[in-house]
Design a protein around this ligand. Structure first.
Ligand code: PFF
Length: 484
């Protein structure tokens, strides 16, 4: 196949599993999942998230890998090719285009957070957090968020690190990342879990993560402020009104897409480099299980440490990992080494995910413009870097800049919202409809290597009816919620 010669192929299907897991496992698992669970009610959020992974994430992931392997090109050209093959409307290629932009948008804020993690490797290793209390850690964190020179240095460093791997190409770059980084990552997480069991409060952590209380997911407390606007409740609960909300549910759905790298072509691009003979369903289930286990292990380790320190709140938001863990590490024996290991691990995980964020766009530039991979990477990573500066400034000079066209959010929050809660679920919805309803069932069955298999029929049913309907329902309710 000529496309395989342009981009290369994974040397075997195990490398595909490692690379796709490398894409899936990242800041989403270690930074975002714990703080979202912490903010959105713990167990109930986790349950909805797991439900979304099983009924929407995995079926859509199989569809996305299948599209990539059938098209064998960048997501944009893969979609073009499959649209031509099926004689379908050209509008379907927008799945590919939306993915290129979603990848760019995610990369822009992803790289800022990864930059924080790199900074914390150094801060933790130097012993700065040893014995530090909540106030000292808080001021170190606040100091970093206001230090644009340092933030820019690490944002730039991470963009370059990612660019180099992408430019090296699939076999040399991405394949090597997968081969060496993933086993290290998994090992380090389990070391951290053992640390949580021995030194943290695992019972409280487990209770928080796995004991669902749906009222925490479905209700929020609001109050009317002095200007007559309804805002999140800030005072005592007696003065607040209880309101039904679907936003946390949409967040759980969006996070299922984000954490599995779905709905934007990253997995499609990786699928294009997959050997012909490998089994799509089995590899996808392996990736899904690895990703979920890693998120849960990270959550357990983090909350065991959080609950061992009463001054740390589980609802600490995006700063949870950076504000609370150093207090825990600083007050525990061996915390300097484990803390350094932890932030190194976060950086590595972010790195192997970030490469897949710009790969779809780079592959398209190489195919269509005949650019070499270095130039293509420079264009993509450079644009994300530039946009990322607005995300970086969202925590200092732009923190009050929440214009209407950004839905009243800071650039950082808007980029996250736009991608996780809108673009990825929509991309996933279209992928499910495309494979479930538009492609010829014979071709789909051939690609899955599963003609007539009962599991194939079940998957088709879920992809056609369950996944799109669930995404649609959550979307509509969340929309009504935000309009009312
Ligand atoms: N799955 C990554 C994470 O959990 O951190 C983030 C991500 C990577 C999202 C690649 C989307 C993507 F295409």
């Amino acid at each position: 196949m000529s496309q395989q010669k342009i981009h290369g192929v994974w040397s075997n299907s195990w490398i595909f599993v490692l690379a796709a897991t490398g894409s899936a496992v990242g800041l989403g698992n270690i930074w975002k999942f714990p703080y979202m669970a912490g903010e959105n009610g713990g167990g109930a959020f986790v349950l909805v998230y797991l439900f979304c992974i099983a009924l929407i994430g995995l079926p859509v992931m199989m569809a996305e890998v299948l599209l990539g392997r059938r098209g064998r090109m960048s997501p944009v050209n893969t979609m073009k090719r499959l649209v031509e093959e099926g004689g379908l409307h050209g509008a379907w290629t927008s799945i590919g285009w939306m993915g290129v932009f979603a990848g760019l948008f995610i990369m822009s804020f992803y790289s800022v957070v990864a930059g924080w993690a790199i900074n914390y490797v150094i801060t933790t290793a130097s012993g700065t957090f040893n014995g530090a209390d909540a106030e000292q850690v808080g001021s170190i964190w606040g100091g970093l968020l206001n230090d644009n020179g340092t933030l820019l240095l690490w944002h730039t460093t991470f963009s370059i690190m990612t660019g180099v791997i992408v430019a090296l190409g699939v076999t040399k770059g991405l394949g090597a990342v997968a081969r060496y980084m993933m086993p290290f990552l998994i090992l380090a997480l389990f070391v951290l879990l053992a640390y949580g069991v021995m030194k943290g409060n695992m019972a409280a952590g487990l209770d928080f993560l796995f004991n669902p209380d749906f009222s925490k997911l479905l209700y929020k407390y609001v109050e009317v402020n002095a200007s007559g606007e309804t805002v999140a409740c800030s005072g005592e609960l007696i003065h607040c009104e209880k309101q039904l909300t679907y936003e946390p549910t949409l967040k759980a759905l969006g996070h299922a897409f984000f954490t599995l790298s779905l709905g934007m072509g990253a997995i499609m691009a990786y699928g294009a480099y997959m050997p012909d003979h490998s089994n799509v369903a089995k590899t996808v289930v392996t990736i899904g299980i690895l990703d979920t286990v890693i998120a849960l292990v990270a959550g357990m380790a983090i909350f065991a440490i959080v609950f061992a320190n009463p001054e740390v709140s589980p609802a600490g938001g995006p700063g949870l990992m950076f504000q609370s863990l150093p207090i825990a590490f600083g007050s525990m024996a061996g915390g300097q080494i484990f803390g350094t290991l932890f932030f190194l691990l976060v950086t590595v995980a972010a790195w192997s995910s970030a490469v897949s964020l710009i790969e779809p766009g780079v592959a398209w530039l190489v195919e269509n413009k005949d650019y070499n991979r270095w130039v293509a990477t420079l264009i993509l990573a450079g644009s994300a870097w530039l946009l990322g500066i607005t995300a970086m400034l969202s925590f200092n000079v732009l923190s009050e800049w929440t214009p209407i066209f950004l839905f009243g959010k800071t650039p950082f929050n808007f980029l996250d919202f736009l991608t996780s809660q809108l673009m990825l679920p929509l991309g996933g919805l279209f992928i499910a409809i495309f494979v479930g309803w538009k492609m010829s069932k014979t071709i789909v069955a051939q690609e899955m290597d599963a003609e007539g298999h009962p599991l194939f029929e079940i998957w088709m049913f879920v992809l056609r009816y369950i996944s799109p309907v669930l995404v649609g329902v959550v979307f509509v309710f969340a929309l009504i919620d935000s309009l009312s």
